[in-house]
Design a protein around this ligand. Structure first.
Ligand code: ATP
Length: 366
């Protein structure tokens, strides 16, 4: 199977979708615009009810738009039927035909296109080979494991050479180990074939490991679109900082600004920290420090906090601390067996500014 030559450039322009729920109008998707490059892997990530699935279903054509337009390779497809859109969807529930065997499930769409039998065989064999499904051709879906069923679903979607692949939480029915393995396989295949992909999940790790860019959604709107490391280290809002990974939000005041960095004083230590552009000198701000950014050190010059609890997790240790009436979470990512810090211990707190970011103050962060 050759990589696609066409671009698969997908554009959402001011897309909205409202639903009526009794007397209420729910804005499931609220005026979102997004450009997805050909061959790009985009993940829609956000809490339950933020509009991820509705956005995906609008792209697929399973829902009609309330407003806006969807354009694929320069052509408006907003009013096309799902089967006219050159897209394929992989569902959480696999959605295989139970009465057809593996080969026939994958061949189904090709037969609808009246492909010649020898070509069907050649194409299906190739994709079954790519998906490690050789030897299972004659089995029915009921005779397959969850992971194998999801592979068949993926093969069935890819065999059609769609311009865009859509994934609706495809791995959530699998156990943790299989999920990790399938994640790698999906990414590898997608890169090999270069098919534009839109993936819906509420699993951050999945989003971080699969995506070229992550679209963080909240209440039907887009909060941020960026590469995974940008979303993690330079969140555009408190919502994103709080939703992606864990973070401490420490109230502080901006003393000086130099380019994109600001000077703050936290726990009696000065730090130059990269800052959100809207944060101004003299105003309050939050220093967002990831738990890995908080270093516990035995230096008397620095502010001391007290360890409230020590949670040993094998490859990491989590410390809950109290400092100046504030609760903080610190993670030691390379703990040494004989150097664990016990509860009640007083420790110096140093914040790694490279793993921190300054966000505007809204008085709401906990
Ligand atoms: N067919 C429908 N009729 C009425 N309301 C709907 C319908 N589909 C979705 N909604 C509402 O639209 C909003 C967004 O739903 P959507 O399923 O897109 O969210 P989501 O981010 O995918 O959530 P989840 O992660 O729980 O699947 C929710 O408030 C939901 O109740």
């Amino acid at each position: 199977m050759q990589p696609r030559k066409e671009a698969g450039f997908l554009s959402l322009k001011n897309v909205s979708k409202t639903f009526e729920q009794g007397n209420n109008i729910v804005k499931a998707v609220d005026d979102i615009s997004l450009e997805i490059m050909g061959g790009e892997f985009i993940t829609l990530l956000g809490p339950s009810g933020c509009g991820k699935t509705t956005t995906l279903r609008l792209i697929a054509g399973f829902e009609s738009l309330t407003a806006g337009s969807i354009i694929l390779d320069g052509k408006e497809i907003s009013h096309q039927l799902p089967n006219e859109r050159s897209m394929a969807m992989v569902f959480q529930s696999y959605a295989l035909f139970p009465h057809l065997n593996v080969f026939e499930n994958v061949a189904y769409g090709l037969r609808l296109k009246h492909m010649r039998e020898n070509e069907v065989k050649e194409t299906v064999d190739l994709i079954l080979n790519m998906m490690n499904l050789v030897g299972l051709e004659k089995r029915s879906p009921a005779q397959l494991s969850g992971g194998q069923q999801q592979r068949v679903a993926l093969a069935r979607a890819m065999v059609m050479k769609p311009k865009v692949l859509l994934f609706d939480e495809p791995l959530s029915n699998l156990d943790a180990k299989l999920r990790t393995q399938m994640r790698l396989e999906i990414r590898h295949l997608q890169q090999q074939l270069g098919i534009t992909s839109v993936y819906v999940t509420h699993d951050q790790v999945e989003a971080m490991s699969l995506s070229d860019r992550i679209v963080v959604m909240n209440k039907g709107r887009i909060e941020q679109v960026d590469r995974p490391e940008e979303v993690f280290l330079r969140p555009s809002s408190l919502f994103v900082a709080d939703f992606i990974g864990r973070a401490n939000f420490i109230e502080t005041e901006v003393l000086r600004r130099n380019g994109d960095s600001c000077l703050v004083n936290v726990f009696a230590t000065d730090y130059w920290v990269v800052s959100d552009p809207s944060v101004r000198v003299g105003e309050k701000a939050y220093l967002m420090a990831r738990p890995e950014a908080i270093k516990l050190i035995d230096v008397h010059a620095v502010k001391r906090g007290e360890i409230v609890s020590t949670i040993y997790l094998g490859s990491t240790v989590e410390y809950e601390l109290e400092a100046e009436g504030m609760n903080l979470l610190a993670v030691d990512a390379s703990p040494k067996y004989d150097q664990l810090l016990s509860e009640g211990r007083k420790v110096g707190i140093y914040i790694d500014p490279d793993r921190s970011y300054l966000l505007p103050y809204d008085g709401k962060a906990s």
